[in-house]
Design a protein around this ligand. Structure first.
Ligand code: FBP
Length: 331
């Protein structure tokens, strides 16, 4: 193996050298995130062989049954930031309140929002799942009411990204300038740069939505999906339907190939299903940095000011032309 291949560490150092005033702290933070991802990938690779599949018997803040692997993944992130004095608190899909990172009490200029294991419904059936993360600066003077102080719009994210646990383990991140993808090399357990400066095509030919909810959909959603399913050569329709049921997997395909992913609101889920601060906002930062678009149908995801840490919002995300066209059905 050539040592000339660009590892994550080398890439971060090069980015750091290119950024005047960079302190190196962000590089350390990303290596902590990479450690959590490697730990989770290892546990997942043994999932069917040891007793870590199935439920814990507990119900999380979302009202969902907590899977053993949800907890293992959550602990991996909590432990990865310990004693680094970089991250003061972690907000997670698996925890109602922000957790102070051990050894960093009142220290650390960053707060991390994380969906430790996305696509839980696919864990036991060995389908691609992932982790999603969002990095914010710890708000100054947040004092006792940290939860409220953390209602920060997505446009204030310092960085965001996700990991994929599929045929390969991948790590994709952005600081707003370029989206970069790394693949874990099992020979040396290092992330190698395999997808530099990812750009999403301005238009795609696939749509991704849970069609099992068609009878629940508002007319706007039904109108748009009917439109992409109609035959019209000039506009490359009908589009193909693709739906894994793991947000990270459906998002990653959309990022690389183009097209659109939708988890809209409907009369039953009046705010949709996906969580703003650790699912929609981080993926919106990635898609915009890659030239795409993300909205609720009527509002830019990155401009939304959260009113709760675990708030849900409708999501339309993908190629700029496809999302703009879909929005015309919601307006
Ligand atoms: P979690 O697994 O992190 O709770 O995420 C929610 C999720 O599984 C997404 O990954 C996915 O896009 C969506 O729910 C699938 O929902 P549905 O089963 O309603 O289509």
């Amino acid at each position: 193996m050539s040592t000339r291949e660009t590892t994550l560490t080398r890439h971060l150092l090069m980015q750091q050298q290119a950024s005047p005033g960079a302190t190196g702290e962000f590089s350390v933070l990303m290596s902590q995130i990479a450690l959590a991802v490697k730990t989770i990938a290892y546990d997942l690779s043994r999932a069917g062989l040891v007793d870590i599949l199935g439920a814990t018997g507990d119900i999380n803040i979302q009202g969902e049954v907590t899977q053993k692997l949800d907890r293992i993944a959550n602990d991996a992130f909590l432990q990865a930031f310990e004693y680094g004095e970089l991250v003061s608190d972690l907000v997670s899909e698996e925890m109602e309140q922000p957790a102070q990172i051990q050894g960093n009490t009142d220290k650390g200029k960053y707060v991390i929002f994380v969906d430790p294991l996305d696509g839980s419904s696919n864990i036991d059936v060995d389908v691609t799942i992932g982790s999603i993360f969002s990095v914010h600066r710890r708000p100054a003077g947040s004092g006792d009411d940290l939860s409220r102080a953390l209602h920060l719009p997505g446009r204030q994210q310092v960085a965001a990204g996700y990991a994929l646990y599929g045929p390969n383990t991948m790590l994709i991140y952005t600081t707003g300038k370029g989206v970069h993808g790394f693949t874990l090399d099992p020979r040396i357990r290092e992330f190698l740069l395999t997808h530099e400066d990812i750009r999403i095509p301005s238009r795609g030919s696939t749509y991704s939505i849970n069609e099992g909810r068609r009878l629940e959909w508002y007319p706007s959603t039904r109108g748009y999906i009917d439109y992409v399913q109609q035959k019209d050569k000039a506009t490359n329709r009908p589009y193909s339907g693709r739906y894994v049921g793991s947000l990270v997997a459906d998002f990653h395909r959309t990022l690389i190939k183009g097209g659109i992913f939708l988890y809209p609101a409907d009369p039953k889920n009046t705010n949709g299903k996906l969580r703003l601060m650790y699912e929609c906002a981080p993926l919106a930062m990635v898609i915009e940095a890659a030239g795409g678009r993300a909205s609720t149908g009527t509002q830019r995801i990155l401009d939304l000011v959260p009113t709760a840490l675990h708030q849900r919002v409708p999501l339309l995300i993908g190629s700029s032309e496809d999302v703009t066209l879909a929005e015309s059905f919601y307006k």
